[in-house]
Unconditional design. Sequence first.
Length: 301
Amino acid sequence: MPVATQLEDLYAAIEETAQLARVACSREKVWPVLDAFGDGLADAHVVFSLATGERYAEELAFDFTVPPDAGDPYAVAVSNGLVEKTDHPVGTLFPEIQRRCPVDSFGVDYGIVGGFKKAYVSFPLGEPQRLSTLAGIPSMPRGLAEHADSFAAYGLDGKVSAVAIDYAHRTWNVYFSGLSAEQLEPEAVLSMLRANGLPEPSGRMMDFIRTTFAMYPTFGWDSSKAERLSFSARSTDPAALPARYEPLIGEFAANVPYTYTGERVLVYAGALSAGEECYKIAAYHQKTAQLSDRVRPPTPK
């Protein structure tokens, strides 16, 4: 199938998903990112994400993988006019990670309303990274080093599967995969939240956390304090816990379009911050073997 036809099909899916999410969709806003990254999108892992909460209001995220040989996604976005170049250290962190760590794939988070937001770097599933390796990267904000001991005490050292850099908000996430049932017990979760200066979760959020397999804190450059702590799990159930709390998430989970055979693959997340709790759903539209198993329970010993 010609690339142009594939991109038209993908745009049609974005438009359909935006209608489902009740988010405005403009061809003028979306097509530039398809044009900039179009050569790799036919074989990309593509995800549509929707979230509750004020920070995510009226937005639909279009996430997709980028082959490592395509280069730094932020640099591609700058060169194609999707975002302005910045002198802030957020602009240098990605290439520094790439030079010091093994890379499995890159990714982009593009808001169909807000535009280019994040770049992801994912490490090979068999080679999760250590906290000391990442903390030693020159542009890495001090939050990781200052929390390394508490993360290690929680059993997270050597479990870093990916890093995401949010250029729009000048924040970053570090993703820890393969959490055990013991790490998700209430007392362990409360200890981690206290260590990061975050409030105790509601009962329904704690119920959700106990079903999850991965965790990712959000930090900025101006403070070592965690802004949010999120937990996530993969599912094929459109009526999983967050969908019971949030009707729009349930409707989205049951109807978002996808291209592969079998059940629709979903990733639910719950995020805790000082100001609110919110939920997120990511639905795989296209999936690849390379990325489809990233959010998963730990392998039994």
